[in-house]
Design a protein around this ligand. Sequence first.
Ligand code: ADP
Ligand code: ZN
Length: 213
Amino acid sequence: MFIIILGAPGSGKGTVSKLLSEMVDVKHISTGDMFRQEISKDNRTGRLVNRYISKGLLVPDEIVNNIIVEIINNNEKGLILDGYPRTINQAKFLEKVLHEKHRQIDKVFNLDINDQEIIYRTEKRRICSNTECGEIYNLEFKKPLEFNTCDKCGEALFHRDDDKKRIIQNRLELYHKRSKEIVSYYENKGLLTNIKLNLNENITKKELKKYLK
Ligand code: ADP
Ligand code: ZN
């Protein structure tokens, strides 16, 4: 099963993807997380993508597409795609790759949230620094039990540099410019479902289950 998650930066794509990944038992891949891992390894790809990410700009399609093909080839069962595709060019490329494998996109979820809420959430968002874990917290409504420490694995939490206010505003502006075309692209194909995240994960899960049928 191939499911795409669309939504503004900080809209909860990671959270929904994790839930879905457990529910349908396919891997969750976040292009943003993946890039951050490369950046922390300070390798060639990392340095290349960081030139764009640190400014809140999109990484060029060609770079992202090349990475995605490999991931799809390694995950025949399917994927929850979080953060990809982000442009029509990427969407068409993905379609071509899946088509060649006689596969298709099964569902597209679009997360509904307003900017004010996003700025508030990203300022309070903290992420587990253990890349194997990557649990997402929020200092307001999903606090870790112990200060700055992951409940699941005990590693330290961090605040993404690009979640800080000045950069998040850039990312949001870019998102609004770009998102309309990709949302309507999937809407026209009849694949899109708009969902609103509930702070209670069980409620969100029930919602998702309903739409998966
Ligand atoms: P968010 O969705 O919260 O903006 P992500 O963690 O998904 O953040 O991505 C962080 C950054 O990585 C983006 O701002 C962008 O620079 C880059 N990025 C991630 N996915 C893509 C993609 N599919 N195409 C281009 N750039 C991407
Ligand atoms: Zn953790």
